[in-house]
Write a protein that binds this ligand. Structure first.
Ligand SMILES: Nc1nc2c(c(=O)[nH]1)N[C@H]1C(S)=C(S)[C@@H](COP(=O)(O)O)O[C@H]1N2
Ligand SMILES: [Mo]
Length: 368
């Protein structure tokens, strides 16, 4: 396991403030300006619902623009009996479905990988939770009459660009297996925490695939196509894959079990007393069953209390009362287990594109 690297020297650099690495509290922590990429600040990761303005943003291309709502229409075509075209008004007239869903970018925590890999150097803030509202995709697929032989559904965003300098300009495109597209909780969302989607998060309509890493939840939707063969585009076959031991590629889908210590932050210096250590845990496979905490880098563990709302697709808050026995340096770690029996690994499985970084992450604190 990655043991804590905090040393007395690090604390000595800034003893005047209790928290040594202070995140920006006024907005997202910027990773890139254009296209916009930003992560949720550490302080906000204590909040079960992420405020819209602090919800992490991961864009591959510039944000597309519209003049007015009326210009936008969503096309649904391909291997169906009746191709559809829907306006935003059509969407608003359909029965609404509301679900709290945690989105995590597949590259969250990439900066923790050793050795380092290229890609956005996210710390632990490329994960956020919102209450999403919209129409189950299934309703539209049923209305369009999917024909026999359909295998996938392809989603096209309005945003266009070159994924790498060697690739042709193309829209952001991702597909889903038909059973995932037909799942009653897979949403075409037009609201986030009770507000219309913002431009950054996919206005006017986006896909939200509960339990899947964020890349599946295509923003700024313009077209949905039912396919008879599997889609082989750049963001399906060249990215969002993990090499297996035989050199093959496994596509990334469901979010792996993971936890995060929201408080305290690493390099905090605390007076000697009892504290409530808190954080979040999540898994795309099942509810969280258990969160264990260690203050000695994983030698001994104690159970945290699962607190707050409990929903299938959103993270679970946990609290752990911690009474350090003496002054000194401590390595706090959290480890989550879900109801399917998936246990968060002590070590991330290193991969060259830097995805699914769910190994436990040490938080170093000094008790004085
Ligand atoms: N059209 C489009 N959809 C997209 C993306 C994009 O670049 N373009 N990025 C994806 C990725 S990688 C993630 S992690 C999520 C992030 O959603 P958010 O920016 O609303 O948090 O959007 C996904 N949907
Ligand atoms: Mo992502």
């Amino acid at each position: 396991m990655n043991t804590c690297k905090c040393s007395k020297a690090e604390f000595a650099t800034d003893m005047s403030v209790p928290v040594c690495t202070q995140p920006e509290r006024t907005g997202l922590v910027t990773i890139e300006d254009e296209p916009i990429i930003g992560e949720t600040p550490q302080a906000t990761l204590q909040s079960w619902l992420t405020p819209n303005s602090l919800f992490y943003i991961r864009n591959h291309y510039s944000i597309p623009q519209w003049e007015a709502d009326t210009e936008w229409e969503l096309a649904l075509d391909g291997h169906v009996d009746n191709a559809l075209s829907l306006s935003l008004k059509d969407f608003r007239s359909l029965p609404i479905q509301t679900l709290p869903i945690t989105l995590e970018c597949a590259g969250n925590n990439r900066s923790d990988l050793e050795p380092q890999v290229p890609g956005n150097p996210f710390q632990n803030g490329a994960v956020s939770t919102a209450i999403w509202a919209g129409v189950p995709l299934r309703k539209l697929l049923e209305r369009s009459g999917i024909r026999d032989g359909a295998v996938e559904v392809l989603f096209e965003g309005f945003d266009v660009g070159q994924p790498t300098p060697d690739e042709e300009s193309q829209p952001y495109l991702r597909s889903l297996p038909i059973d995932v597209a037909m799942h009653p909780d897979t949403l075409l969302a037009y609201e986030m925490n009770g507000e219309p989607l913002s431009r950054e998060h996919g206005y006017p309509l986006r896909l939200v695939v509960p339990g899947w890493y964020g890349m599946a939840s295509v923003k700024w939707l313009r077209k949905i196509s039912v396919l008879q063969e599997s889609f082989e585009g750049f963001f399906q076959k060249d990215r969002y894959i993990i090499e297996d031991d035989d050199g093959g590629a496994i596509p990334i889908s469901t979010i792996h079990v993971k936890s995060l210590i929201s408080w305290p932050q690493s390099n905090t210096s605390l007076p000697m007393q009892s504290y409530v250590v808190n954080g979040m845990a999540w898994s795309g496979f099942a509810h969280i069953a258990r969160v264990e905490i260690s203050d000695d880098g994983g030698e001994t563990w104690g159970d945290a209390d699962l607190v707050g709302p409990r929903y299938r697709y959103s993270w679970q808050q946990w609290n752990f009362t911690w009474s350090p026995k003496s002054t000194g340096h401590y390595t706090l770690v959290a480890r989550a287990t879900d109801e399917d029996g998936n246990v968060q690994p002590l070590e991330t499985r290193w991969n060259s594109l830097g995805y699914i970084i769910n190994g436990v992450r040490p938080v170093c604190v000094e008790v004085r």
